[in-house]
Design a protein around this ligand. Structure first.
Ligand SMILES: Nc1nc2c(ncn2[C@@H]2O[C@H](COP(=O)(O)OP(=O)(O)O)[C@@H](O)[C@H]2O)c(=O)[nH]1
Ligand SMILES: [Mg+2]
Length: 347
């Protein structure tokens, strides 16, 4: 495969590539292309919005019902607060939002429900913007270490991320470091085979650090642009398993000559407010550089991101690199606050 890095790698090449990635506004456009060729004949942009809207329809239908009302009085704010709490926005963030709305609207003798909706859109977009971030490919290889609890969607999301980078003509290696279950290595290998992505796995060891060290060296020898490392699911309450992640991180650093790399926590949006505890623990133990919010389709409500953006329980406002909205490799979007809020509020 052709690589942007095939020639001499110097900072100019990297800057060029980075610029290209930023310019392409990559993933949404890629999804638009895929939607166009594989799924819809509709206008591409509309398709993306549509899938995001469909994914967040639980929350948007509650809010829509609310915003269709004709009579308004003070009591609507209580009702809106309950809807926000039920949408996983969390108690503190919901009451903060409602207080802002009250202070704006309760002063005036009459107000329009549409104005309340517009104001809510503005508040949420403004808050969620802090979570937007572009992925930067600054080093070769650029390494993404993927962590999270069991079954949150790590391996599926890895395949999506790999497909995204592949679409940017970058070469990708997956490292099968979930050594707890043989089936996990097989799952990654299968996904790699189907999607024509290289997978590194190592037989005869259950030590993930050893797989990671050799995997990174293999990737460097192959001159790949991106290395994505799978890991076994674990609960942050299991100290031994968290210490193992610390060890793997040291090994990544060593194998990668101390260059920075990304540690991505995958969370399952269906777990709602429980995700706050997961983000806090993983971040405290190993330091998380970005989030992948999987399973925003289905029954997920999406409000969890508002909680993160509000810094609930002193959580760091960790960037959301991607969101997952389905089981297929193309069901991935970069996080754009205004699109996300527009989907929730059906604007
Ligand atoms: N609906 C939906 N299912 C997903 C998504 N991401 C992963 N899954 C499913 O979640 C299950 C667990 O995924 P897996 O990647 O094996 O999780 P892991 O244990 O964290 O590696 C699988 O059945 C996936 O198909 C998503 O964005 N949407
Ligand atoms: Mg897995």
């Amino acid at each position: 495969m052709k690589s942007k890095f095939n020639k001499n790698v110097n900072s100019n090449n990297i800057l060029e590539l980075e610029e290209k990635i930023l310019k392409e506004d990559s993933i949404n456009e890629q999804n638009q292309e895929n939607a166009n060729s594989e799924k819809h004949n509709d206008d591409n942009k509309y398709s993306i919005f549509k899938s995001l809207r469909k994914s967040l329809s639980n929350t948007s239908s509650n809010l829509n019902r609310f915003f269709r009302r004709s009579t308004i009085d003070e009591s609507i704010f209580e009702e809106l607060e309950s809807i926000l709490i039920m949408s996983d926005v969390g108690f503190e963030a919901s009451s903060d939002i409602i207080n802002l709305l009250k202070s704006k609207f309760l002063k005036s003798s009459s107000f329009d429900i549409k104005e309340v909706k517009n104001e809510l859109y503005a508040i949420l977009t403004d808050r969620l913007k802090v979570l937007e971030s572009k992925i930067h490919i600054n080093h070769k290889p650029s390494i993404f270490f993927i962590v999270g609890a069991n079954g949150v969607g790590k391996t599926t999301s890895i395949c999506k991320i790999a497909s995204y980078f592949k679409s940017l003509k970058l070469t990708v290696l997956l490292v099968a470091a979930d050594t707890f279950r043989a089936a996990a290595v097989d799952q990654l290998q299968k996904l790699g085979d189907i999607n024509n992505i290289m997978v590194y796995s190592k037989t005869g060891t259950q030590d993930p650090s050893s797989v990671v060290f050799d995997g990174i060296n293999f990737g460097r020898a192959k001159n790949v642009d991106v290395i994505i490392i799978d890991s076994a699911g674990r609960l942050p309450s299991n100290i031994n398993l968290m210490n193992e992640l610390t060890k793997i991180k040291k090994v990544i650093s060593k194998a990668n000559n101390g260059n920075p790399y990304e540690t991505i926590l995958v969370i399952d949006a269906n777990s709602g407010q429980n995700n706050i505890a997961q983000i806090l623990s993983f971040d405290n133990h190993i330091g998380i550089s970005g989030l992948f919010v999987a399973k925003l389709d289905g029954t997920a409500k999406g409000g969890i991101l508002v909680s993160v953006a509000y810094g609930k329980n002193n959580i760091r406002k960790i960037p959301v690199y991607w969101i997952g909205i389905g089981e297929n490799k193309n069901d991935i979007l970069s996080f754009v606050a205004k699109d996300f809020v527009a989907a929730i509020l059906d604007k």
